[in-house]
Design a protein around this ligand. Structure first.
Ligand code: XIL
Length: 368
């Protein structure tokens, strides 16, 4: 009896000890479960690739990250390692080493890499930003960069379903072009307003097979931007400029935008018969910073939202489903903690201990 009492006391203490830790026992203060035991992995449930982001560093040293990644995902995108700032280190000088690590890892594990992103106003190397040659020299540098990068990453092949394919299956050629920042960035300023189409043409010249994407945020709500992208697709098609797909980043909230609005916008892209990638999915639950630990009520709302969004993706015809990529593994890994300056945001599928949150169950159920 005494022993039993001691055991109970020990249990109570070991839990209350780390009460401040949101992950203690994975329950919220009202004893509701925030995590669950996943039975089947997401990639096995899905009819399309399910992705997450990586860095060369993490896949070289973090075993827990690797096993979680390989269990649930079969597509990887470099969070930063394959952006211009990281690869284009000087005039006609490249550092592909981190991307190469990612490609070898993918090849070893038989999963695909998605290239992100060749041109983005937020990832310009300082030397290029300050380049003081002529505009035509500037354009030549960017053309060489796109061609060299796409060509380099077209070389590693693997066999999937009996077919030889490139490990890097696609690229975000241009990211977020329809913004004020992009209007003011050096690409438009120095190459001209047709720089986007030029980038797609250069990418295609370097690799005739790789899928070429335009990627942006707000495409689930911003009708102005949606129209610009739709018009761009029409213009490209009418002028034989290559484009295969559109990436909707899907940095969304558990409440906004309304599902109906996302569905309506998605339909406009489906109507264009392009590949569709939900390319950077995460779902915030604390935009107003009114909670300091994840509550069951928010976790459940997020679970429902993940289910709805994944289910919505099934509206995309099978042959146009490029996949859904999550932008981060654990809540604490998310870029949003910095971006929204809010340490108490919980946008993803895994908690600090790599346990599957109930949002993961929502994702899994959405696939079925
Ligand atoms: C973010 C990364 O997650 C951060 O680590 C980095 O500091 C900034 O970029 N849209 C995009 C991604 O297309 O490349 C961004 O990734 C998130 C917003």
């Amino acid at each position: 009896m005494k022993k039993l009492l001691l055991l109970i006391l020990l249990l109570v203490f070991s839990c209350s000890d780390s009460d401040s830790n949101q992950d203690c026992c994975s329950i919220d203060p009202e004893n509701q479960p925030l995590t669950y035991q996943a039975q089947t992995s997401l990639k096995d449930l899905a009819s399309f690739p399910v992705g997450n982001i990586v860095s060369a560093n993490k896949i070289q040293i973090n075993n827990q990250f690797i096993s979680t990644l390989l269990n649930d995902f079969n597509s990887i995108t470099a969070e930063n390692d394959m952006k211009m700032r990281n690869m284009f280190i000087g005039p006609n000088e490249y550092d592909f080493s981190d991307g190469d690590v990612i490609v070898s890892f993918a090849k070893e594990n038989g999963i695909r890499v998605f290239g992100h992103a060749l041109i983005w106003h937020s990832s310009i190397p300082d030397w290029l930003q300050n380049f003081n040659g002529t505009d035509s020299e500037f354009e030549g540098l960017v053309e060489n960069y796109i061609k060299s990068t796409v060509l380099h990453f077209s070389q590693e092949k693997m066999i999937i379903n009996g077919q030889e394919v490139s490990v890097v299956s696609g690229w975000d050629v241009v990211n977020e072009a329809f913004t004020n920042q992009a209007d003011n960035a050096i690409f438009r300023q120095r190459i001209g307003s047709d720089y986007v189409e030029k980038c797609f043409i250069w990418a295609r010249e370097a690799d005739s097979d790789v899928k070429l994407f335009y990627n942006d945020y707000g495409l689930e709500t911003n009708s102005n931007k949606v129209n610009q992208v739709l018009n761009m697709i029409d213009y490209f098609r009418n002028n034989n400029i290559p484009i295969d797909g559109v990436g909707l980043q899907m940095h969304i909230d558990h409440i906004n935008p309304l599902l109906q609005q996302i569905e309506d916008n998605l339909q406009l892209f489906i109507n264009k018969d392009v590949l569709i990638h939900f390319s950077e999915l995460d779902i915030t639950v604390n935009r107003n910073s009114d909670i300091s630990t994840l509550t069951f009520e928010r976790a459940e709302s997020q679970e429902n939202r993940y289910r709805d969004i994944v289910n919505l993706y099934l509206n995309v015809p099978i042959t146009n489903r490029f996949g859904i990529t999550l932008w981060g593994m654990r809540d604490i890994d998310s870029w949003l903690l910095n971006h929204h300056n809010n340490p108490n945001e919980y946008p993803l599928l895994f908690n600090t201990n790599y346990e599957t949150k109930i949002s993961h169950r929502g994702f899994a159920e959405g696939l079925q």
